[in-house]
Design a protein around this ligand. Structure first.
Ligand code: HAM
Length: 446
């Protein structure tokens, strides 16, 4: 047995959880303020949902899904990642498909077709692990389902930028493109294929395969020999139909009016097939090779492809691990003298109150006092390890306690307790039954 977490997964130890929670709290606050409601879906779904939504010829579906046979009788049989039936289950590699599935399953397209959701949770992709690329990672994302308005695209990008601002990730770039509708993509597919066929000899093996399977993916290839062919490719924006071109223009106008900076990136294609019209990716100079903090776009065909009525939709997802890496890099730069980002709420103390027993004999009384403080809703703790008074006081200060209650033999005999105000360095005796009220007063809670 390997006594280590599987490759591509990370433990978030208690010291780091505070940073995660601060980001999650900021995200919930911003998204709630912008009218998004939280949705929670299962971490696994029938495989067919992802194969149909994300696309059979994408990296995710072709090689990155964790697929498990549904029945134990089938255990050991080679799972069919692209199965469209209900035989296999797949750990979710993304959340857009699940949200649309839930939207349709619960009849929201009939009861209230326009809905704005947000989510926070773990995802699973069998990728080659490296910094910023994990096999279990987390996203915060939004999906606005039921609108084709270009202003809706603008809102999602504005919300993305707001979220980055709220967690202090400065200096990011919004890369914007349009991938058009089915018709524009059909026209563009022809033009792109024709261009790439001319350079076929210079393309890597993967890209030669992509020429037939999914030619748009070539634009995303990082192999050096493919770059000249990619650089010379016609931009998709030249193949947009009038409606898609108008939509793209309106999104750009909306962003300018809202004061959201962006750069046009005609080579931007996303790794999922469901996108139509607007696509965007936000990159950060504080990240390494995996420079995308997150990405998103419009997916006007997906609801219909999953069996619902024609419904416009747009959303994005941000990788939380990458967001935290960027945030920490921003902090690091600030420490080195560059401009400081807005501060997040300070790390919380673990306990406000600490109960200390002078001798072993008072530990029972100390625990009873502790229990009564907790019943009075106070954040209180005691030491279960150190036996010396000094050791217990050290634990109290490590926990961030502002008030320490000390019980010695004299206090137990008299039914009192010594209350130490750590900030002022003052100490006085109070009746044990009044300890909670007194502590609340010192802590400014009453
Ligand atoms: P995505 O571009 O596949 O889009 O993922 C969004 C973000 O999740 C990435 O930019 C990155 O920050 C993070 N991410 C993806 N894979 C990994 C990984 N292996 N390790 C660490 N972080 C990762 C989507 O998932 C779409 N569902 C976004 C969307 C929502 N489009 C419309 N609505």
């Amino acid at each position: 047995m390997h006594l280590r977490a599987p490759a591509g997964t990370e433990d978030v130890l208690p010291e780091r959880v505070a940073a995660w929670r601060r980001v999650e709290t900021a995200a919930r606050e911003v998204l709630g303020r912008c009218g998004y409601r939280e949705i929670r879906t299962p971490v696994f779904e029938y495989t067919g949902l992802f194969a149909r939504s994300i696309g059979d010829a994408t990296d995710i579906v072709e090689k990155e899904m964790y697929t498990i046979p549904r029945s134990s009788a089938a255990a050991g049989a080679a799972p069919d990642a692209a199965s469209d039936d209900e035989d296999t289950l797949t750990l979710r590699p993304e959340l857009t498909a699940s949200v649309v599935r839930a939207y349709l399953e619960h009849g929201m397209h009939k009861s209230r077709p326009f809905q704005k959701f947000f989510y926070l949770g773990p995802l699973f992709r069998r990728e080659r692990p490296q910094k910023g690329r994990l096999r279990q990672f987390h996203q915060v994302g939004i999906e606005a389902i039921g609108s084709r308005d270009p202003l809706m695209d603008v809102e999602t990008i504005d919300v993305f930028v707001r979220l980055l601002g709220a967690v202090g990730v400065i200096g990011s770039t919004v890369n914007l493109n349009s991938t058009g509708c089915r018709e524009c993509r059909g026209v563009y597919r022809g033009k792109l294929s024709a261009h790439l066929r001319v350079h076929e000899g210079a393309l890597c093996e993967n890209c030669r395969r992509r020429l037939d399977r999914n030619v748009f993916r070539v634009l995303d290839c990082k192999v050096k020999t493919c770059q000249p062919a990619i650089a010379g490719a016609p931009p998709i924006t030249e193949s947009l139909c009038p409606a898609c071109a108008a939509h793209f223009g309106a999104v750009q106008e909306g962003l300018k009016a809202a004061g959201v900076p962006f750069v046009l990136n005609p080579r931007l294609v996303r790794g999922l097939d469901y996108y139509t019209k607007t696509v965007y990716e936000v990159t950060s100079p504080y990240l390494g090779a995996q420079s995308a903090v997150g990405g998103g776009g419009r997916y006007d065909n997906l609801v219909e492809e999953l069996g619902g009525p024609p419904t416009g939709a747009v959303g994005f997802a941000i990788g939380l691990e990458r967001l935290l890496i960027a945030r920490e890099a921003v902090d690091e730069t600030a420490r080195k003298g560059a401009s400081a980002p807005p501060a997040l709420a300070p790390a919380e103390a673990v306990s406000d109150l600490y109960v200390v027993a002078v001798e072993e004999a008072q530990r029972g009384a100390a625990f009873r006092l502790l229990a009564s403080l907790r019943s009075a809703t106070l954040r209180a703790d005691m030491d279960y390890d150190a036996r010396s008074l000094k050791g217990q006081m050290r634990s109290a200060s490590r926990a961030g306690a502002r008030v320490v209650l000390v019980l010695g033999p004299a206090e137990v005999a008299a039914g009192t307790v010594q209350l130490k105000d750590m900030a002022k360095g003052e100490q006085r005796g109070v009746p044990a039954e009044a300890a909670a009220e007194e502590a609340k007063r010192v802590l400014g809670l009453s």
